[in-house]
Design a protein around this ligand. Structure first.
Ligand SMILES: CC(C)(COP(=O)(O)OP(=O)(O)OC[C@H]1O[C@@H](n2cnc3c(N)ncnc32)[C@H](O)[C@@H]1OP(=O)(O)O)[C@@H](O)C(=O)NCCC(=O)NCCS
Length: 402
């Protein structure tokens, strides 16, 4: 049980010192090959990037009401305020509405404060920070007063919030906006379709690939911006054909770039370096030569993949696609380019998140396997009248991870 009664605690936007303390605390957990100092430096650099500036990213701490700025806070997390789209099948004229979503990250309680209910309480209070009060039930009396949320943070406006659980499906699902267990983030669409270099049948990937252009990080950003109208149209169509409210985050505004920048490390002279120059590939239909032309061609759907890297263990790494657009006809050619790139770069696994079922079947014909993810389990909490289980989350891919 909590050493401090829950009513004596609340959730506060972290002071700069608390932000640093929270990062120091979780460095050990998430720094991987970065040194402690470089882990802090990477976060500091990323604070100035598009996904975080203008108070889009804020750190929150669960702390005593009597001493909200203490460095001895109970636990912490990060909120990324992002743009999303939502289409309601009962309102076709509205199309894909732009809405605000909040992505929750870096939920952390230091070992000596664990198992006292602090993280659970923080997650329950988070709904009161991100969602409009009108979308929530009465605030539980036993918790004291609700968190105060400064207007300039642009919070309390989310239509939904998302997170990626590394502690299974139950923990976050149990944390709803009241003391009653349940009503929290519902796991949704956590699937990966993967290919392993060591299991690839010899001779399965060599051979001529379709014409393509490699994408730098800037090219990837450009491609995402060209893809957004297609994503909007797909979300509306999915809502109308499925009869379910359909949502998606968007890879623009620094969101997709965030997962590229997270791969940053540092050279001996302290300059930041990324492990790759190439972060995507776009297939070129015949007689088309440039990125803009591919997206302007109304006859053919663009086919592309963008990606980031993840480490599998000390020595091997995975390429994880951040966003894939392909049809059943074009996917095999895209897979071939991806696997050849992986082999060339000594990447042991290629992983695609949230591939639509029809494409999973096509990938399986090329030897790819689809399975449920047990880590980074995507989960969503909806602050509208529908239940999370009735929602369709499209483009539930790595680009929106944080
Ligand atoms: C997960 C974490 C935030 C929980 O913090 P906490 O303040 O101890 O959480 P609470 O006391 O509110 O709840 C404890 C419950 O969380 C759940 N939980 C904690 N760690 C878990 C794990 N690794 N897997 C599954 N469930 C877990 C359990 O249900 C546990 O209850 P139990 O001890 O009775 O089994 C904390 O263990 C932590 O910081 N871990 C390292 C970082 C991390 O993995 N963060 C989550 C990223 S998605």
């Amino acid at each position: 049980m909590a050493a401090v009664p829950l009513s004596e605690l609340s959730l506060y936007p972290a002071t700069p010192d608390q932000v640093l303390e929270s990062r120091r605390r979780h460095a050990h957990q998430w720094r991987r090959k970065l040194s402690f100092e470089d882990y802090l430096l990477r976060d500091q650099i990323m604070d100035a990037q598009e996904q975080s500036v203008d108070k889009k990213m804020t750190t929150w701490v669960l702390a005593p009401r009597t001493d909200p700025t203490t460095l001895d806070f109970m636990c912490s997390c990060e909120i990324f305020r992002r743009i999303a789209i939502s289409a309601d099948p009962s309102d076709p004229a509205a199309g894909a509405k732009q809405v605000i979503t909040c992505a929750i990250a870096s939920v952390f309680t230091p070992p000596e404060k664990r198992k006292k209910g602090y993280a659970q309480h923080m997650m329950r209070l988070l709904h009161w920070v991100v969602a409009p009060r009108s979308a929530l039930p009465d605030f539980p009396e036993a918790w004291g007063s609700p968190p105060e949320v400064p207007e300039e943070l642009g919070l309390q406006k989310a239509q939904f919030s998302v997170l990626y659980s590394d502690v299974g499906k139950d923990f976050y699902q149990l944390c709803g906006p009241t003391a009653k267990p349940g009503g929290g983030w519902l796991a949704s669409g956590a699937v990966e379709t993967s290919w392993y270099a060591d299991k690839a049948a010899t001779g399965s990937t060599p051979g001529a690939t379709s014409p393509h252009i490699w994408l730098t990080e800037d090219d990837a950003k450009h491609v995402w911006s060209l893809d957004v109208p297609f994503m909007r149209a797909d979300v509306v169509e999915a809502a109308m054909t499925s009869g379910h409210t359909t949502i998606s985050l968007l890879p623009t505004k620094g969101v997709g770039a965030y997962v590229i920048q997270r791969t940053m490390s540092f050279a001996a002279d302290g300059t930041s370096v990324l492990p790759l120059d190439t972060w995507g590939v776009l297939l070129l239909p015949s007689s088309v030569v440039g990125v803009d032309e591919v997206f302007a061609d109304l006859e053919t759907q663009p086919t592309y993949a963008t990606w980031t890297l993840d480490s599998l263990n000390e020595t091997s790494r995975a390429l994880v696609t951040t966003r894939v657009r392909a049809s059943k006809e074009t996917l095999p050619a895209l897979l071939k380019v991806l696997t050849q790139f992986a082999l060339k770069e000594n990447i042991q696994k290629v992983e695609m998140w949230g591939l639509p079922e029809g494409l999973q079947a096509v990938a399986s014909e090329s030897g790819w396997k689809t399975s449920e993810r047990t880590d980074h389990v995507s989960a969503c909490k909806w602050y509208g009248k529908e239940n999370e289980s009735q929602l369709k989350w499209m483009f539930n891919e790595k680009f929106s991870w944080c």
